[in-house]
Design a protein around this ligand. Sequence first.
Ligand SMILES: *[C@@H]1O[C@H](CO)[C@@H](O)[C@H](O)[C@H]1NC(C)=O
Ligand SMILES: *[C@@H]1O[C@H](CO)[C@@H](O)[C@H](O)[C@H]1NC(C)=O
Ligand SMILES: *[C@@H]1O[C@H](CO)[C@@H](O)[C@H](O)[C@H]1NC(C)=O
Ligand SMILES: *[C@@H]1O[C@H](CO)[C@@H](O)[C@H](O)[C@H]1NC(C)=O
Ligand SMILES: *[C@@H]1O[C@H](CO)[C@@H](O)[C@H](O)[C@H]1NC(C)=O
Length: 188
Amino acid sequence: MASNLRFTTFIGILLAILLVGKSQPFSTSLPPSTFRLGRQNLTRLHFFFHDVVGGPNATAIRVAEAPVTNTSPTAFGFVAINDNLLTVGPDPNSTRVGRSQGMYASADFDEMSFMLVQNYVFEDERFNGSTLSILGRNPILSSVREFPVVGGTGVFRFASGYAEARTYFFNATNGDAIVEYNVYVLHY
Ligand SMILES: *[C@@H]1O[C@H](CO)[C@@H](O)[C@H](O)[C@H]1NC(C)=O
Ligand SMILES: *[C@@H]1O[C@H](CO)[C@@H](O)[C@H](O)[C@H]1NC(C)=O
Ligand SMILES: *[C@@H]1O[C@H](CO)[C@@H](O)[C@H](O)[C@H]1NC(C)=O
Ligand SMILES: *[C@@H]1O[C@H](CO)[C@@H](O)[C@H](O)[C@H]1NC(C)=O
Ligand SMILES: *[C@@H]1O[C@H](CO)[C@@H](O)[C@H](O)[C@H]1NC(C)=O
């Protein structure tokens, strides 16, 4: 009888441990009101991206290349890291709205096309400190390129959408470019 009692106590303690475990669940269903679901905002952002690759003040710098990069017609395998200025107008002296920090790499053997990964860090009042993340294929000679918005932070939590890029200016001598962006973002 005594051993039966000990067994029952043991089972009781085991159940208690399991119940305590349950009070800290791994996943929880939250009510839609938590994030104003259904009241999604659609925001269009329009800005210019300054890809300065030449000169002493370059903001996009090649950091790596492949053994084939120099002989490849598409410079296959080179990787650049950038911290580029974003402004409201094409003039780099126009009002700045943030930076675009990320990298791009030549990733197509046949066409000039980059794999593009960028985090836009906004400074403008309403979006100050918020970020948007972009990931996509950038065939740089096409007149319009489209990249998915893969997420965001701050005002842009839960962001989805797309970015359209158009080359506004390109200096074939030093490679500098100014790219116009229209970004359509759904967020809460
Ligand atoms: C979303 O839109 C509402 C009005 O429709 C506005 O009051 C609110 O500030 C917007 N939120 C963001 C984060 O832009
Ligand atoms: C580089 O930046 C420095 C400091 O802002 C500036 O004085 C200089 O004129 C710039 N050089 C070029 C080539 O833009
Ligand atoms: C931007 O302003 C600087 C002086 O602040 C000037 O030297 C430069 O030429 C301006 N650039 C453009 C594109 O207007
Ligand atoms: C953005 O936030 C930083 C600190 O987080 C602040 O220093 C700066 O003044 C803010 N800019 C604007 C335009 O509100
Ligand atoms: C293109 O780059 C070259 C070399 O840096 C420079 O001399 C020239 O002024 C630039 N052209 C334009 C239109 O900015």
